[in-house]
Unconditional design. Structure first.
Length: 207
């Protein structure tokens, strides 16, 4: 299991903190999700309820079960997974697939890395926590990991994904991916794709 040094921004101190990007999701990561993520999410949802926030604006992935997801994809060579650990805690999780093909006209049929699931810990999510997020950069580092995997597989940095509505703007504006519109075959989610040129631009920004 490979491990790479990464840095996240601790928002409160505005300083970088060292962490690890790990290839794989371990039992320890899943335990963090159960023991720390879930209570933090429950607390955040209770606060949203008390503030009268409409349920349409609650986290759309609040039902995700990472233990089931990790078990479902465990051992599948075509479904690599990643985790980010920092300050002794799992801060982000991602599962990808390597057997999907591009839909964009200029690269249709070429292989890409498909991001199946990507999530950051509740305390890192703006708009979910009442105060400021704890760490910044988890999501972008996971996207970058998918791009790097695409390069290592010979896919040129191409990635794709279906986005939950709350993340559409992030994938379009922050990641700079191409919006291919609503996919009626995938729960009416928007499908986004990244070209090699967009991948290079994303990495160059260093977001």
């Amino acid at each position: 299991m490979s491990e790479f040094q990464i840095y996240l921004l601790e928002v409160a101190s505005d300083t970088p903190v060292e962490g690890s990007l790990i290839e794989g999701i371990t039992e320890a990561n899943v335990n963090d999700w159960e023991d720390d993520w879930m209570p933090a999410l429950a607390k955040a949802l209770q606060q949203l309820k008390e503030r009268g926030v409409d349920r349409r604006f609650w986290p759309q992935n609040r039902h995700w079960d990472w233990r089931r997801k990790a078990e479902a994809f465990k051992g599948l060579l075509a479904a690599p997974s990643f985790s980010i650990v920092c300050q002794g805690m799992t801060q982000g999780l991602m599962i990808v697939e390597t057997l999907e093909s591009c839909r964009l006209l200029q690269q249709r049929g070429k292989p890409l890395i498909y991001i199946q699931y990507l999530e950051t810990a509740p305390w890192n999510r703006p708009g979910l926590v009442a105060d400021r997020p704890r760490l910044k950069g988890v999501g972008t580092l996971l996207v970058r990991a998918a791009i790097e995997l695409s390069h290592s597989e010979g896919f040129g940095g191409r990635i794709g994904l279906h986005s939950l509505p709350q993340a559409n703007t992030w994938y379009a504006n922050v990641c700079g991916m191409s919006d291919l519109g609503i996919d009626t075959a995938k729960e009416n989610l928007r499908y986004f794709e990244m070209t090699p040129e967009q991948a290079d631009a994303f990495i160059a920004k260093g977001v």
